[in-house]
Design a protein. Structure first.
Length: 83
């Protein structure tokens, strides 16, 4: 929807070709719960932020795999027949 989040101009033709203006932008930011400075985009929305998130997920998954592998290796002597 054009002008999404704008309390006074959402869905209206006037929001298509003109700037919202400082007051309307402030109201829109308030309505959307966007309390970050102008032009600041949270890292979770950037390509770098997404890459970091994926790397953390892989790292966590890899760590779990290593722990499982270590447990299996350490249990082998107990499962082998004596002698």
């Amino acid at each position: 929807m054009i002008g999404f989040g704008s309390p006074n101009k959402a869905g209206k033709e006037e929001s298509h070709g003109a700037a919202l203006g400082e007051e309307e932008v402030a109201l829109t930011r308030q309505k959307l719960g966007w309390h970050h400075p102008a032009f600041e985009i949270q890292k979770r929305f950037t390509a770098r932020g997404m890459a970091v998130k994926k790397a953390r997920k892989r790292s966590s998954s890899g760590r779990k795999s290593l722990l499982l592998m270590r447990r299996l290796i350490l249990s082998w002597p107990r499962s082998l027949p004596a002698g």
